[in-house]
Design a protein around this ligand. Sequence first.
Ligand code: ATP
Ligand code: MG
Length: 495
Amino acid sequence: MSLAVGFKDVVKRFGPVEVLHGVSFELAPGRVIGLLGENGAGKSTLMKILAGYEALSGGELHIDGQATHFAGSRAAEARGIVMIHQEFNLAEDLTIAQNIFLGHEKKRGWLLDDSAMRAEARRVLDQVGLAASPDTRVGQLIVAEKQLVEIAKALARKTRLLVMDEPTATLTPGETERLFALIAQLRSEGVTILYISHKLDEVERITDEVVVMRDGRFVAQRPTASLTRQQMASLMVGRELSDLYPRKEAMDTAQPVLLQVQGLSVPGWASDVSFEVRAGEILGFAGLVGAGRTELFEGLLGLRPALAGSVLLAGQPWTRRSPRSAAARGLTYLSEDRKHKGLHVHLGLRQNLTLMALERYTSPLLSPDAERAALHDAVRDFGIRAGSLDTPASSLSGGNQQKLALAKVLHPGPQVVVLDEPTRGVDVGAKLDIYHLVQRLAREGKAVVVISSELMELIGLCHRVAVMRGGRLVTTLTADQLTEEVMIAHATGTH
Ligand SMILES: Nc1ncnc2c1ncn2[C@@H]1O[C@H](COP(=O)(O)OP(=O)(O)OP(=O)(O)O)[C@@H](O)[C@H]1O
Ligand SMILES: [Mg+2]
């Protein structure tokens, strides 16, 4: 049943760019292994090689002691190696059941056995705790639900080794607990689990062992119990990190209100929400997935139908709300859905960056030199790691796509900044960079809204935190009231 894995001098090149430089380590079967490393370290790439999605450029992959070559993911799945992807791999136009059995359709004689597939789909959906019908089209699901479908899809396969690439990035605490219980169950059945996460508290809790990578190389392999989180982080970034969260900066309460929202309702998602943010203030939004935080701001921006009592930007009424008029009025929004709404992944880095400030680069013709200079600045300021600056955004690692998305929305120099999960999928070092950036924005007198599921991040960063539950803003906590327990109590209604 169990399956042992060895990487031997594994090299991977994408065209001329080498991203894995001879990685070697071995994994004993039947354990939960945390794979750690900064954004772009090569974690996803190495796991794609293991699961047959990418071919080796050099070196060997050993499965149960034998050098093995997988012609594709099907070949790996035939050996029981299944990967849950960081960027989902679902067909949006197909139903949940069709996605779960794509390429593995159950048949009765010559015919597809729809009822068997639906029943099995229901079973695995139950296991992950997704209460949707197997006949729902995947395109209609929200991000967290898609993540659960990805996990369910893996559970429907006969799995001996399961790779999970940041599976909890979009899950609620409850869904995460259920996933951890599943992991424990699979482990007890002898399944090897490779768990990639930037959430070190999770790694500490559920893994037996950690492997650390840095810059396409193997760095360390240790029993999890022998390391503190601080030590894990330091191994990842290759230097001592003193803090994992920012130190809060005070704010000047005499500043003017830059964004004032009165009685904003987004039908089906949020009702009668009022709040204000001052220049120099960082206002957090906490709440469970589904509490309506993202939808509230999508409604504010005119991305969804919404009704408002009144919205004032820098004291002036803002009535015809749209993303375009938001940009013109100095308000910018970083979407949590980086793949579909944040970036144009098929376009180059340069085009992505300057898309929101095109008029600056057209005088009157588009100036590629100015664009290129802007990209160099952004790569430096945001610490974006790319093999080459001429690649499409899709070839960046997950965390680096996030940094590019952030650079993009801040490029026009807005006065009010709304960031939805700005550090999702971002490594510990880069997280600190983003915290400092957010604090700098506030210091420069901008009003900042941070929507985040990471409570410690809200505690360390925000001057006040609004908590939403079931579409309502239930309370706004001041800095001295901010603890994880209090936020969870308000978010779940157990206060
Ligand atoms: N298809 C591709 N074409 C070109 N370069 C790629 C491609 N896929 C990955 N890379 C590059 O390989 C390097 C490693 O990327 P990888 O996605 O493995 O990082 P990661 O450790 O998973 O990072 P993250 O934590 O951000 O997900 C990065 O520099 C990335 O830009
Ligand atoms: Mg990755």
